[in-house]
Design a protein around this ligand. Sequence first.
Ligand SMILES: Nc1ncnc2c1ncn2[C@@H]1O[C@H](COP(=O)(O)OP(=O)(O)OP(=O)(O)O)[C@@H](O)[C@H]1O
Ligand SMILES: [Zn+2]
Length: 487
Amino acid sequence: MTQPQTFPDVYIHDTLQRRKVKFEATSPGRVGMYLCGPTVYSDAHVGHAKKEVAFDVVRRYFLHLGYAVRYVSNITDVGHLQNDSDDGEDKMLARARLEQLQPMEVAEKYFWSFMDDMGRLNVLRPSIQPRATGHIGEQIALIEELISRGHAYESAGSVYFDVRSWPNYGVLSGRKLDDQEEGTREEVRGDKRDARDFALWKNAEPSHIMRWESPWGQGFPGWHIECSAMSLKYLGEGFDIHGGGLDLEFPHHEAEIAQSEAAGHPFARYWMHNNMLTIGGEKMSKSKGNFTTLSDLYKRLDPMVVRFLLVGSHYRSITEFSPEAFVSAQNGYRRLTEALNEVERRLKAGAGEENDAALIGKVGTHRAAFEKAMQDDFNTPEAVAALFGLTRDVNAALVGTVGKAGLEAAQAAYRELGGEVLGLFAEGQASGEDDGQMLDTLLELVLQARQNYRLNKQYAESDALRERLAAVGLTIEDTKDGARWKK
Ligand SMILES: Nc1ncnc2c1ncn2[C@@H]1O[C@H](COP(=O)(O)OP(=O)(O)OP(=O)(O)O)[C@@H](O)[C@H]1O
Ligand SMILES: [Zn+2]
């Protein structure tokens, strides 16, 4: 009989319960995650990268533990209005006007630039990446359920969620309806019954070109409803983890919970929020204009250094974006990759049998520290500290003689923990592959030079080249097909 697979305990800081709780998967061995994705109307900035990397690491860690993960992250291409609430122009339309493009051209352009930027950061592609405009039917169906249960009402071709009908509204953010009334008393505008009611569907003005048929006339969905409709469609009721930026906790996530549960669909069981990337202490944001796009940053910095900087602070901590932080990330990243490269170079060169028990023991200790950190609410700074601990011991061992077993243990730790879990070594990077290729090219050139000497009968120069290569362990063999080198 096969034993059911067991998984180590993972503790998650759940925003809903406001504490760390033990993660229990809804179906054994499987994790369903939903992450609020980008509104694709402009280039991604470093703040977006903090969020994407934070949840990519969560996903990668579950994969590392042996879970099957379904990772759904949406693309908002309609309904996100400029002031994040229920009025202002649609962000997509405003951009379309500015760039003289169709809204769907804007969506396409910035969707792909987002994918490229995140790909270079080694963020895994979502299992499903649903677009709001592709799920209008699902959103309308959910709104109809809300109306029939008395939690939403139609008014002048728009539909609003009735917050007064749902006492649980505020459960995530801890905001009480009456406090909100005090704090945000505003005129009840136009067609809403209460200023805090939020739009599920908006009637389209004649000039609004993104419009769909609905039971309430032509219009477009509100921003919040897409995430409920699409997460429930692809992950099912009571799915495991919902993530997003802390700035989305209210009203976006509060609205997602209310409209899903009021429609009779139990929603996400754990809520995770990443903190903000700041610049001069202020949130980096498109609307504030204080942003650096990833594509600009990559002109100056290796994307892996950007990723290293991001995992160097905890997802629930603020990350300050500063030149000093990048210099230190660059140095730290180099320390790891240099050690890994040296380990892999020696393995390639062919290491023998040695007594590596001490090094292997230390690698085990650092591995355990890494796992412990990750199981404690994905504590990546401590996990990185474990990799530095590993590097210290590996470097000390590399000064002497290390055998194959010791090198392989170190390599596996770097590749699995730094590479697969933290995503720090993109393909071909720090693998020694690049170095290997460069070495091949250089040796080709050297062989050619030697061949030229021989053709010119400059045998002394040709022999000198061979001797210098021999001194670093590279032998030139003259075969009938020409010269070859071997290590
Ligand atoms: N500085 C930041 N740090 C961390 N996460 C961020 C940051 N800025 C945006 N995000 C996250 O990225 C996602 C998309 O955000 P959004 O498109 O609203 O970006 P934005 O720059 O804040 O735009 P705007 O200023 O127009 O609201 C959200 O989940 C949000 O929490
Ligand atoms: Zn969302």
